[in-house]
Design a protein around this ligand. Structure first.
Ligand code: IPE
Ligand code: IPE
Ligand code: MG
Ligand code: MG
Length: 322
């Protein structure tokens, strides 16, 4: 999946050095995946090569407005490696067939290979960041990785429970997604002697909105655009905001036991039914509110260029289709 539309616009706004920084990340990602045996190199390499939006590295760079050093590139690479590791493990937990438009590691090589591939990517992430020699940076990435694992466990704990509360849903999204966005912004700010607290809060808010949109896209698809199978969440018992909202409006959905959804076709039918309630628009509206809060909370002292670029990313999070 190539870096597309809104991201290209953000890259332009962020400064002409951004594409070069992202190229340097690609090189380091490819190197990080290699050199640990042919099998792991194949699976880790294909995960990296399948692309992705590279949104988290972009956030590291925008939070570091103007910085271009090797330490910054290493921080951005480390964040993307943690992200890639969690995706490979997440596809095991979610029994997902498709990722970035191609079959997942678990689907092609099984659970064991996917577990080891994710482990390798995690290990490479911290090896990459360790070269910077900064305990504060390691702490930031470690906290986000721990939160991610906690979020994934919370999701499994709540699986198949159609009555899961909005509060628990939001907590899960915060842990599994928002914290890594926060870490990306914090790391950029730390490298640039910027404002880690306020930029971190920005990252956290847009990260939460990002997960809400992801959950909308799981229902709306289409797979050709998202690179993931529609209805994956319903099929693995993950109850998300669209379903939570739709249950309040459609009594048949409220009575539906998620365990009765037993095929991809059945899941797509439930997706259509959820969409028909208008719940997707409401979920998008909630995400937009979060994005507006994120923009409003940006620190006053940012350069006009940095503010504009960060605002564009925030807008892109709620306008996205992939
Ligand atoms: C997917 O993240 C996982 C979530 C947090 C929803 P992305 O949508 O950023 O995945 P890629 O990197 O672009 O494939
Ligand atoms: C985010 O949740 C997963 C991680 C943060 C690892 P999802 O399970 O919804 O992400 P996708 O849809 O598989 O990318
Ligand atoms: Mg998943
Ligand atoms: Mg999803």
């Amino acid at each position: 999946m190539a870096v597309t539309g809104p991201v290209t616009e953000v890259m332009r706004a962020g400064g002409s050095h951004i594409p070069d920084l992202l190229d340097r990340v690609e090189q380091r990602l490819a190197e990080a995946a290699a050199g640990h045996g042919a099998l792991l190199a194949e699976h880790a390499g294909s995960t990296i090569a399948a692309g992705g939006k590279r949104l988290r590295p972009l956030l590291v760079f925008l939070a570091a407005d103007g910085e271009e050093g090797e330490g910054l590139v290493r921080a951005a690479t480390a964040v993307e490696l943690v992200h890639s590791a969690t995706l490979v493990h997440d596809d095991v937990l979610d029994a997902a067939a498709l990722r970035r438009g191609v079959p997942t590691v678990v689907a092609t090589a099984g659970r064991g290979a996917a577990t080891a591939t994710g482990d390798l990517l995690f290990a490479r992430a911290f090896a990459e960041l360790a070269v910077n020699g900064r305990a504060d940076e390691i702490r930031v990435l470690s906290a986000a990785s721990s939160a991610l694992a906690e979020g994934e466990l919370l999701q499994r704990a709540d699986a198949w429970n159609p009555a899961v509360s909005l509060e628990r849903y939001l907590r899960r999204c915060e842990l599994k997604t928002a914290r890594l966005f926060e870490a990306a912004c914090r790391l950029g700010a730390l490298e640039a002697n910027g404002e880690p607290e306020q930029l971190g809060a920005f990252g956290r808010r847009i990260g939460l909105a990002f997960q809400l949109l992801d959950d909308v896209l799981d229902v709306s698809g289409p797979a050709a655009r998202t690179g993931k199978q529609r209805g994956t969440d319903l099929l693995d018992g993950t109850v998300t905001l669209p379903f939570i909202l739709a249950r309040e409006r459609d009594s048949e959905l409220a009575a539906l036991d998620p365990r009765s959804i037993d095929s991809a076709e059945a899941a797509e039918d439930v997706c259509d039914r959820i969409a028909a309630t208008g719940a997707l628009d409401d979920a998008r509206a909630r995400a937009l509110e979060m994005v507006n809060e994120a923009k409003a909370g940006l620190p006053a002292g940012l350069s006009a260029r940095q503010r504009h670029a960060l605002e564009l990313v925030a807008t892109g999070v709620v306008a996205r289709y992939a």
